[in-house]
Design a protein around this ligand. Structure first.
Ligand SMILES: NC(=O)c1ccc[n+]([C@@H]2O[C@H](COP(=O)([O-])OP(=O)(O)OC[C@H]3O[C@@H](n4cnc5c(N)ncnc54)[C@H](OP(=O)(O)O)[C@@H]3O)[C@@H](O)[C@H]2O)c1
Length: 272
């Protein structure tokens, strides 16, 4: 990948998106951050420019990824002002945790709109530009929760399973167009999303989701960045997460028994 690449990062004003932007800037790339909140975007831009004094290397666009026509216009504006796009990283996402029967249907729709349709909208919007350029790369940030279900994540896991299905399909469909797809499935890592989750999450979810150690944002971003640069299709940060993923694939009955045991322990603790 060349030093002059242009990388669009949805959700680039926070968490993993921002941490990846830092790494691409260090490599000499121009980063374009997309998110909804203008103040958070401006703060992220200032933070990124602390390590890179060239203000032309960071651009921000406020836009909701769930809104296809707004995203289409934003991508046209990016091309008009910057001239090309080499990589699209779909990192924008939201999380809502809770018991299935208590989660309102609106929550399911909101999560699908942002996590799944947001990824789909940006991918559809970028493809015409990639075709004109002769190729490009789309990196979808899904989750380990897109590989197997997790207590309390009925809405979230459904949206991330959909992102995994979309990515697997686009990988082979877009390859002849020289458009590479990469799929990232991180376990839980430290970020504002998880700070918020920790204010309300169920005990069962904490027990199950934290079967792997919570990764630092630095380790997560380093492993994702390396995986992108090494052209890996499936990127799962953290050794224990990779083992869990393998275990779930090859020994699913054991994985289910471990999860059930952990939940039983939470209920036993509550009744003591
Ligand atoms: N943190 C974890 O443990 C974890 C684990 C596995 C996977 N992931 C996935 O990794 C990605 C990044 O997570 P994170 O922890 O870095 O989250 P984060 O710190 O909460 O950042 C989320 C980013 O997405 C943006 N965003 C949310 N909704 C948007 C919308 N409708 N349109 C445009 N931008 C939107 C937010 O900005 P605005 O709110 O201003 O729009 C923010 O910049 C997400 O897809 C998440 O599901 C996270």
């Amino acid at each position: 990948m060349s030093e002059n690449m242009v990388v669009i990062i949805t959700g680039g004003s926070s968490g993993l998106g921002k941490a990846l932007a830092q790494r691409f800037i260090k490599k000499g790339a121009t980063v374009v951050l997309i998110a909804r909140n203008k103040q958070k975007l401006a703060a992220a831009k200032d933070e990124l420019l602390e390590s890179c004094k060239d203000s032309s290397k960071v651009a921000v666009f406020n836009c909701d990824v769930a809104d296809f026509s707004a995203i289409e216009k934003t991508f046209k504006d990016i091309i008009d002002s910057i001239g090309k796009i080499d990589i699209l990283i779909n990192s924008a996402g939201i999380l809502r945790e809770g018991y299935f029967e208590k989660l309102p249907i609106e929550v399911f729709r909101e999560i699908m709109d942002i996590n799944y349709f947001g990824t789909l909208n940006c991918s559809q919007a970028v493809i015409p530009f990639f075709k004109k350029q002769g190729g490009g790369r789309i990196v979808n940030i899904a989750s380990l929760g897109g590989r197997f279900g997790c207590f309390g994540y009925a809405a979230y896991c459904s949206s991330k399973f959909a992102v995994v299905g979309l990515s697997d399909t686009l990988r082979c469909e877009l390859k002849p167009l020289n458009i590479k797809i990469q799929l990232v499935c991180p376990p839980e890592f430290d970020s504002p999303m998880v700070d918020d989750l920790n204010t309300y999450r169920t005990e069962e979810n904490r027990a199950v989701a934290q079967t792997t150690t919570v990764l630092s944002i630095e380790q997560t971003a380093d492993e994702v960045f390396t995986g992108i640069m090494r052209n890996r299709y499936l990127i799962i940060p953290g050794r224990i997460s990779r083992l869990l993923d393998l275990g779930n694939r090859w020994l699913p009955a054991i994985s289910r028994a471990v999860v059930d045991y952990k939940i039983k322990r939470v209920y036993r603790g509550a009744s003591d």
